[in-house]
Design a protein around this ligand. Structure first.
Ligand SMILES: [Zn+2]
Ligand SMILES: [Zn+2]
Length: 251
C-alpha cells in the first residue's frame, strides 16, 4: 500500500535532486520514493567521498583522523567527506542541504552512507553496532528556531535505525552562541557553558556504549565537549562519527 502512495506522490510531485534541485526522472525501479540524488550528482557524490583527506591522504570516507582536542585525542572518527566552506562543490551543497533544507531524504541518504564508513570501523574493532546507543549534539536553539528541525537528531536517529541500535537524545543546549561565529578557544568555552546532559540522561549513559553522530566537525570543540560529558557520566565506551570534516581554512 505504501508503494502505491509513493508512486502516486512521485507522479504528482516528482522528486528533486537534493544537490542540484533538478527533477529526478521517474524510472520504473526507482518508484519506491526516497530517491535523493540525480544520477549525475550521485556520481559526483561518489567522487567526493574518494577525495583525499588532506591530513592522512586516505579517501575521505575511509579516513579516521581525529582532532587534537582533550577527549578526542586518541579517538578515531569515521566520516564521509572533506569539507571546504569556500568551494561550492557537491560536499558543500550536501552539507548545506542537510543543515538548511527540511527534506528527510537528505539525512536518510547521508545516514545510509555514513553507516557504511562506521560499519567498517566497527567491524575492524569488534564493536557490535546494535549494542550501541546513538545520540547527537543539538544545534543551537536559534538555529533550530530558524530552520525548524535538527539535522543531527534526524541523522543519528536514522543511523540508529540502520544499525539496529537505540536512539537517545542525551544533550540539551542552554542558550549559548552559534559555534560557527566563534574562534577555536571561544568555541570550547561556549560549548562547556551551554551543553548539558538531559535530566535522567546519566542512567541511559552509565555502562553503555555511546556513539555521537555529528554533521560537520570544524575545530572539534563541540564533539570534545559532548564526549567529556559522556565520559563523566561513566559511559562504557564513547565513539564518534561525522559526515564531514573541515579540511582547509580550519579556524
Ligand atoms: Zn543532481
Ligand atoms: Zn584523514
Amino acid at each position: 500500500m505504501n508503494r502505491f502512495f509513493d508512486i502516486l506522490r512521485n507522479l504528482l510531485f516528482p522528486p528533486k535532486c537534493a544537490c542540484c534541485r533538478t527533477l529526478i526522472p521517474v524510472v520504473e525501479e526507482k518508484y519506491g520514493g526516497g530517491l535523493c540524488l540525480c544520477r549525475e550528482c550521485r556520481g559526483l557524490w561518489n567522487r567526493a567521498k574518494e577525495e583525499n583527506c588532506p591530513t592522512c591522504l586516505c579517501p575521505s570516507h575511509t579516513c579516521l583522523c581525529t582532532e587534537d582536542k582533550g577527549s578526542l585525542k586518541n579517538m578515531k572518527i569515521p566520516k564521509l567527506l572533506t569539507y571546504n566552506p569556500n568551494v561550492n562543490n557537491t560536499q558543500n551543497k550536501m552539507i548545506f542541504s542537510l543543515k538548511k533544507v527540511n527534506d528527510k531524504r537528505i539525512p536518510e541518504f547521508i545516514a545510509s552512507e555514513l553507516s557504511v564508513s562506521m560499519g567498517r570501523y566497527f567491524k575492524d574493532n569488534f564493536i557490535l553496532p546494535d549494542e550501541c546507543v546513538y545520540t547527537f549534539v543539538p544545534r543551537s536553539r536559534r538555529a533550530k528556531g530558524e530552520f525548524g528541525f535538527d539535522q543531527g537528531q534526524r541523522l543519528s536517529r536514522e543511523v540508529a535505525r540502520i544499525c539496529e541500535g537505540k536512539f537517545e537524545a542525551l544533550f540539551v543546549r542552554l542558550g549559548g552562541r552559534e559555534q560557527k561565529r566563534l574562534d577555536s578557544d571561544m568555541r570550547a568555552r561556549n560549548i562547556s557553558r551551554s551543553l548539558r546532559l538531559k535530566r535522567n540522561a546519566e542512567e541511559k549513559i552509565k555502562g553503555r556504549k555511546i556513539v555521537v553522530i555529528d554533521d560537520l566537525v570544524t575545530t572539534g570543540a563541540t564533539l570534545d565537549g559532548a564526549v567529556k560529558l559522556l565520559k563523566r557520566a561513566k559511559a562504557a565506551e564513547v565513539y564518534v562519527a561525522c559526515v564531514a570534516r573541515t579540511g582547509e581554512n580550519k579556524r
